[in-house]
Ligand binder design. Structure first.
Ligand SMILES: *Cc1c(COP(=O)(O)O)cnc(C)c1O
Length: 394
């Protein structure tokens, strides 16, 4: 008989020794610039709550109101009895917001990728995938059964070479890239990637999870940022980051969206988003369409924080977005740094293998419109103190 405790225990001990064991902290407050973390008040540098919507009164009120009229659970998958008028409204509103032909929502960005990719390509097909794409793209690609060819990170010439060498052997081809890369905060060179995909007779899909609510006019995302409307076949997105709720979406070509409703497996075999989630997402779209103020504050906070971190002497990598990696190298150093920050009242998690490559461990700071200048200054002060005490900066 397999001794489960023995093998799992050994694996867990291995993680702890390598500094790769993930200690999960518990939040005892709503999301915002400050959190109760394991019972202590701390400045929040961890969440994807870019615009502060996760506890926004308008979203909370919309969720409450919708529960009065629609209850809570959808009680079915979308294709049987789980598509309420609210879901249809969100599909329509998010398509209009993004300026695409059509959109369909999923339970999460993760399930959107698991649904979309196997619906687009199969065994006779090929996927050209950026080597740093998100885990859900990797899993969706594997599920599809297509051949997966990784191209060098954000490298259109590398993509072109891969297409030239391999495209001929396959029926359909799909190029997939993250829009904003979540661990480094860099942005895919989408116009050049689009040009190569088009030349190579490949479909183009972008996962804009960290671009929605962040990039483009009023947070309309990476396609708007580059003015590529109508050129990207499908954009996958999430409502769990800037939108402050939970849920996923596939948006773009109307025929593809129609096909996803017939063949997207999480659409067919997993229940729809709940009523309060959908209503809160609709309120988030309202807010973003009404005003660009939150997006502007996010960016001014981002520019201030990053400039100050550079002045202090930190290596913040290649980020051009609110995602601010503080590069530390060894996983154990990153863990020590994160722990010292926590002692100083700053909640910023260490990120190490397998989320980032070995030896590229870091603290990832997530800037939000919810931060005040005072908050950011306090965070900078703690980074400076911990950085000096651990010899990271002088
Ligand atoms: C966060 C993220 C996802 C997953 O989104 P969820 O809605 O939280 O499941 C998918 N893709 C990328 C690129 C992400 O950063």
């Amino acid at each position: 008989m397999v001794n489960v405790d023995a093998w799992a225990g050994e694996e867990l001990d291995g993680l702890k020794q390598a500094g790769l064991y993930n200690h999960i902290r518990t939040i005892g407050s709503p999301q915002g610039a400050w959190l109760q973390v394991d019972g202590r008040r701390a400045l929040n540098f961890c969440s994807n709550n870019y615009l502060g919507l996760a506890n926004h009164p308008r979203l909370v009120a919309a969720a409450r109101q919708a529960m009065d009229t629609h209850g809570i659970g959808p009680a079915a998958v979308r294709s049987i009895a789980g598509t309420m008028d609210l879901h249809v409204e969100l599909d329509r509103r998010i398509a209009a917001f993004k300026g695409v032909e059509a959109a369909v929502t999923f339970q999460s960005g993760f399930t959107a990728n698991l649904g979309v990719i196997p619906a687009l390509v199969g065994k006779e097909d090929v996927i050209f995938s950026d080597e740093l794409n998100h885990a859900s793209i990797i899993d969706g690609s594997r599920l599809s059964g297509a051949t997966i060819l990784r191209y060098p990170h954000c490298d259109p010439a590398g993509l072109a070479a891969a297409i030239a060498e391999h495209r001929g052997q396959y029926r359909r081809a799909l190029v997939i890239t993250d829009g904003v890369f979540s661990m480094d905060g860099d942005i895919a060179p989408l116009p050049e990637i689009y040009a190569e995909a088009r030349k190579g007779d490949a479909m183009l899909m972008v996962d804009d999870a960290h671009g929605e609510g962040v990039l483009g006019k009023g947070g309309r995302g990476i396609v708007d940022h580059y003015g590529l409307h109508g050129k990207v076949d499908v954009e996958v997105g999430t409502f769990s980051k800037a939108f402050g709720v939970v849920g996923g979406v596939a948006a773009g070509n109307a025929k593809i969206v129609e096909w996803l409703k017939q063949r997207g497996r999480p659409f067919l075999f997993s229940s729809a988003m709940t009523v309060p989630d959908v209503a809160a997402c609709l309120a988030a779209v309202d807010l973003l369409e009404e005003s660009t103020e939150l997006v502007e504050r996010l960016w001014s906070n981002t520019e201030f924080f990053k400039a100050e971190m550079k002045k202090l002497g930190f290596d913040i990598g290649r980020s051009v977005t609110p995602i601010t990696p503080v590069m530390l190298g060894q996983a154990t150093l990153a863990q020590e740094f994160s722990k010292a920050l926590y002692e100083a009242g700053v909640f910023a998690m260490a990120i190490a293998f397998p989320t980032v490559p070995r030896g590229a461990a870091r603290i990832r700071v997530m800037i939000s419109a919810a931060h005040s200048t005072d908050d950011l200054e306090q965070g900078l002060h703690s980074f400076a103190e911990v950085g000096r005490s651990l010899g990271v900066i002088s």
